[in-house]
Design a protein around this ligand. Sequence first.
Ligand code: HEM
Ligand code: HEM
Length: 432
Amino acid sequence: MSSSTELVIILITLAFLSLILNINAQTDCSESSDEFFDLASARNITKCKKLTTLGAEFGWKYNVDNHTKRLQLDIILGASLQNAMGWLAWGVNPGQRPQMVGTRAIIGIRYLNGTSVIKTYNITQYTKIGCPLLPSEISDVNVSNTQVNYSATTRYMTIHASLILPQKDYTVSKLNHVWQVGHSANDVQPLMHATTLQNVDSTETLDLDTGTCVNIGHRRRHLRTVHGILNILGWGILLPIGVIIARYFRVHPFPFDQKKKNLWFYLHVSFQSVGYVLGTIGWGIGLWLGHASKYYTFRTHRILAIFIFTFATLQMLAFRLKPKDTDDYRKHWNMYHHFLGYALLATISVNIFQGIAILKPVYTWKWAYVAILGAFGVVTIAFEIYTWIKFRNDIKDKEKKNQNDIKDKEKKNQTTNQEGKPSASTTETKAP
Ligand code: HEM
Ligand code: HEM
């Protein structure tokens, strides 16, 4: 292999790794919230970090016993609950990757009556499909010193535990850990948590020594935003503008003058093509992101996205496959093209709302898109009203013109009758 090819391969590998790696080596507890700092200090925990999701904070202290080949780990996890009741969980996963299934978890539950419990749980694939998650002994991890704290004023909850882990499955430099916050519980059984990105991105592989970690990374987060913007711009803005041009600038109410009478068509095709290309790039990025996040899918968003891409492609085929104006079935083809177009616009808006709900549960994006939809709504209603007024005026003008034409014709007939044909009285007078 030539050295330039090697260099390219190394660069591509580095670029790819930078997409999935997020190096965050901050382990200073002074950066933590006051509440967390106090509790961590009380337990002599000196390494702390803010976790990437759910506003969680994590602190740890470890020691390796070379004789028994065991890792002694003290942890503390803190996060705010949304309601007065809820649960906070943290766990380690001895598998290849940090994920929910296979996690040995410690879960603290807070009840409405003001009491709390903390217990250990084994999370299996059965938990994921909905089987009750009940407390159980963890066979390979020794858990002791468990403690849960909750502040009713701030709703801030912390769980603390000391663990002894076998080093063959849990290494200091690559510890897979997972955290989660849930809102309800049935006695000691925590109930399903939400599945927003915050709840499913709550995993990482941590180096206990340096505090560096591998998680979903800034670049992938950035790519999600790019995906959202491209989809909103392509499918959500350019396609509807193209439709508005076709509906209101072809015949009624704003036809282009005779010289530029096909301009509406070129504009329509241009907007639809650019919208389709941007939307398709956004869609492709979405598929890549979906593929990269193996352990969860946003099923409704994905199904709607596949529907949108498939039928938008079918609409684009109209470019080459539409029947000629003179063909018998052109009228039916028009009906199908228009109906599918409107159905697509409706599905696109639904999916954009879905995407925003996944990416940005905060309201800015949602309201920005509502404003865009509102602007389209106002323009469409104004054009629609104008079209009807113009249509009715045109009909009235036409009727008036027809009546005038009829009157003119009658007048003309009368005059020709008077000039060409002699009247009965004249004939009579002239008769011998
Ligand atoms: C209370 C019972 C629980 C149920 C019924 C449950 C169910 C689920 C389901 C169905 C998903 C997949 C979501 C999707 O595909 O969109 C998921 C994902 C996830 N859950 Fe849970 N879960 C529970 C408890 C926990 C606990 C205690 C933790 C943390 C210790 C946790 C951490 C995660 C994480 C990190 C994900 C992201 C995907 C993955 O790693 O598998 N879950 N959960
Ligand atoms: C009509 C427009 C849209 C289409 C066609 C589309 C398409 C897709 C597709 C195909 C996926 C992969 C789903 C999977 O395999 O699980 C996806 C995921 C996603 N989309 Fe969209 N999307 C659209 C709009 C949006 C918008 C507007 C946003 C946000 C503002 C958004 C945010 C996301 C996020 C956060 C994911 C998950 C990424 C991940 O798994 O890491 N989408 N989208």
